[in-house]
Design a protein around this ligand. Structure first.
Ligand SMILES: Cc1cc2nc3c(=O)[nH]c(=O)nc-3n(C[C@H](O)[C@H](O)[C@H](O)COP(=O)(O)OP(=O)(O)OC[C@H]3O[C@@H](n4cnc5c(N)ncnc54)[C@H](O)[C@@H]3O)c2cc1C
Length: 423
């Protein structure tokens, strides 16, 4: 078995979502040293924000937790949170990566007892819930957050209130004066796993997201359906908090459209089918309508689609709605368009409309590989080459199982580069 002991044999994994976590454990468990760098305060990526997984409709927490246990039990994995790679030089087998670690303002003594958050008066819009609801300026994102240390918003760290919290912490974990550090690491190969962000629905002007309170997006809907989310899991209308029982999902919202996101994200149909089950199981007297161009539920997911189709209160309309209006009296969004199969025009009011927006690669914008010869495809996904390998949704839009498979493959390719470097 490889020992991977020399500094130059380390594999750098950038992004700690399900793809980066998988790559890290797979490489470390066969004997290689891994440095896993995550930009946010906690690991888990977008998966941690999901309420349930399709097709099993189980909680994503357990899949993530298994990976966290594997990491905790493996001394070969070094973790950095709140960290970003600023620059990479060198070539396959001998890279130097400059990494900036931003301050957490809470050190590793933190036991996540929550005394600081209880004492903290300052609240901010909750970024973890896409700005829905408020959270304390010192917090962790959710109960299962890993690492389970709290963190403080940088703006808040500079305040007098932050200083006062130092005395509140029973273990001396709060350090508002903590500074960023920059290190250089020698690594043999790099796996880029910075994932995706939801396509910005405000760009799809005809659908009124941002103008109409009761038009939301699929990722916000995930948070709303989560019992630890902004509504405690209750599916309600953002405008008035009333139960939302008549809900429309609009597929390909911005996707497969050269004006917005040109490609299919592969998972949006399945995500809406999953979310239809959230509605139907919460309110037995609810109705769901899914507007679609084509339904894409490939191979083993077909039985999942059939399960949702068996529910007669889920209606399917083949149509790309032209626009959404709002009834000013009720706040109901009104979906306007033409049924492609019947040619009949419709104008239908709903309690809530969910836009099934796609996945935009972070590597197209804020998570570009800081390396002069990095290659991208036409959409901004990272193309593997040299000692750089892309995995999960950095390489293409994918579900969790596809992301895990691609991450295992990337781990193997990164190991091969490390072995060749050593030989
Ligand atoms: C509405 C919706 C519902 C879905 N539901 C399901 C489902 O039920 N089942 C299923 O199989 N799939 C589902 N998916 C797909 C699933 O979310 C993806 O397959 C999964 O998130 C891919 O994981 P990833 O690690 O590749 O990317 P991400 O989850 O995006 O993780 C990327 C990580 O990289 C970090 N990062 C970003 N930039 C940097 C940087 N510069 N430096 C360091 N770190 C960085 C991020 O903070 C994040 O932690 C759904 C998708 C959507 C849109």
């Amino acid at each position: 078995m490889a020992d991977g002991q020399a500094a130059g044999q380390t594999i750098l994994v950038v992004g700690g979502g399900i793809s980066g976590l998988t790559t890290a454990v797979e490489a470390a468990e066969v004997g290689y040293h891994v440095l896993l760098v995550e930009k946010s305060p906690h690991f888990g990526g977008r998966v941690a924000q999901h309420n349930k997984y399709f097709p099993k409709l189980c909680s994503p927490t357990c899949g993530l937790e298994i990976n966290y246990q594997r990491i905790k039990n493996n001394p070969r994995i070094r973790l950095m949170t709140l960290a970003e790679v600023e620059n990479i030089t060198g070539s396959a087998g001998a890279y130097t990566a400059r990494i900036r670690q931003n301050p957490r303002f809470v050190n590793q003594k933190c036991t996540a007892c929550g005394d600081c958050a209880k004492a903290c008066q300052t609240e901010v819009a909750n970024p973890y819930n896409f700005g829905l609801g408020k959270v304390k300026a010192i917090r962790h994102d959710h109960l299962m957050a890993f690492p389970s240390h709290y963190y403080m918003d940088p703006d808040f760290a500079a305040t007098e209130e932050a200083q006062k919290l130092v005395a509140v912490c029973p273990v001396g974990a709060i350090e508002p004066g903590m500074q960023a550090t920059v290190t250089e690491e020698k690594v043999a190969s790099i796996v880029w796993a910075t994932g995706w962000k939801p396509y910005d629905a405000e760009k799809i002007m005809p659908y009124g997201f941002g103008r109409f309170a009761n038009v939301t997006t699929n990722m916000r809907f995930e948070r709303m359906a989560d019992k630890f989310g902004p509504t405690g899991g209750k599916i309600t209308r953002p405008s008035d908090g009333k139960e939302a029982k008549n809900i429309a999902f609009i597929q390909c919202a911005g996707s497969r459209d050269h004006n917005y996101l040109p490609f299919c994200s592969r998972i949006c149909c399945l995500a809406s089918m999953k979310q239809a089950t959230y509605v139907r199981s919460q309110y037995p007297d609810s109705k769901v309508t899914i507007y679609y161009i084509d339904l894409r539920a490939m191979d083993r997911y077909e039985s999942f689609q059939k399960m949702v189709e068996a529910d007669t209160e889920v209606r399917w309309i083949k149509s790309k709605p032209a626009r959404i209006d709002e009834d000013p009296k009720t706040g109901n969004p009104i979906v306007v368009g033409e049924n492609t199969l019947t040619g009949v025009r419709y104008e239908e009011p709903y309690d809530l409309v969910v836009l099934a927006t796609g996945m935009e690669p972070n590597s197209a914008t804020e998570a570009k590989v800081p390396m002069s010869d990095a290659q991208y495809d036409e959409y901004g996904f990272v193309v593997s080459g040299g000692g750089l390998f892309s995995s999960g949704c950095s390489s293409q839009p994918n579900d969790v199982s596809g992301s895990v498979q691609s991450s295992t493959a990337s781990a193997l390719r990164a190991i091969q580069t490390a072995v060749n470097a050593k030989g």
